[in-house]
Design a protein around this ligand. Structure first.
Ligand SMILES: Cc1cc2nc3c(=O)[nH]c(=O)nc-3n(C[C@H](O)[C@H](O)[C@H](O)COP(=O)(O)O)c2cc1C
Length: 190
């Protein structure tokens, strides 16, 4: 795998003093803007908060209990929105695919710039709709935290330290990649 993909992970132990430059944040947003988009619709929108500004603070207030203890130490929070159209399944579903692709590209760009990116669905989406005037035809799905890892883990809470040290696991490839028929593991024949 490419080292940028290999070194991406969803951390919590951010340095609460680290800042992000306008150039770096713009590059991360550009990476999202240039993600593939179904039918060239480009449904994805961003609401961008930089730690210390009112957008960032409002977003931290919308986070769920599990995210509030760590995400406010991020340097930026980017709320990612896409199509909300229950009457048009394609626009609705593929809008979510577009959003996922944008978040993935932004995460990798963040790693390339020395940041960690952590996606969160744990926030009050209806509260976000009201606070940020998200229109009816859009829905907020993810807040992407972008932060620098704390240099000194002893500055972090024991909970954050413990969660960040848990092993990361995935299902083995032969359980998720098939050929011939569903459930038959894909093999290279090697
Ligand atoms: C759509 C989505 C929503 C997520 N929401 C949260 C969240 O609210 N809080 C959180 O701590 N992590 C959240 N995560 C991060 C996952 O927990 C994380 O990706 C998973 O544990 C795998 O770890 P890794 O990203 O380090 O590979 C979310 C990830 C995705 C893709």
């Amino acid at each position: 795998m490419h080292e940028l993909i290999e070194s991406r992970w969803s951390a919590r132990g951010y340095d609460p003093t680290a800042t992000i430059s306008a150039d770096d944040l713009t590059e991360i947003l550009e990476a999202g803007r240039w993600a593939a988009t179904w039918g060239k619709v480009q449904p994805v929108r961003f609401v961008v908060g930089i730690r210390g500004d009112t957008t960032f603070t409002a977003m931290t207030e919308l986070l769920t209990r599990g995210n509030k203890p760590w995400a406010p130490a991020a340097s930026a929070l980017v709320m990612v929105c896409t199509t909300d159209d229950p009457d048009d399944a394609k626009a609705h579903d593929y809008g979510a695919v577009d959003l996922g692709l944008a978040v993935a590209q932004m995460s990798i760009q963040a790693v390339a710039l020395g940041f960690n990116a952590h996606p969160m669905a744990g926030f009050d989406t209806e509260g976000a709709r009201v606070r940020f005037a998200v229109p009816d035809d859009k829905r907020a799905m993810v807040v992407l935290a972008v932060g620098r890892l704390a240099d000194d883990p002893s500055t972090l809470s024991p909970e954050v330290r413990e969660r960040d040290s848990l092993p990361r696991r995935r299902l083995p490839l032969d359980e998720i990649a098939f050929a011939g028929s569903w459930g038959q593991a894909f093999t290279t024949g090697a």
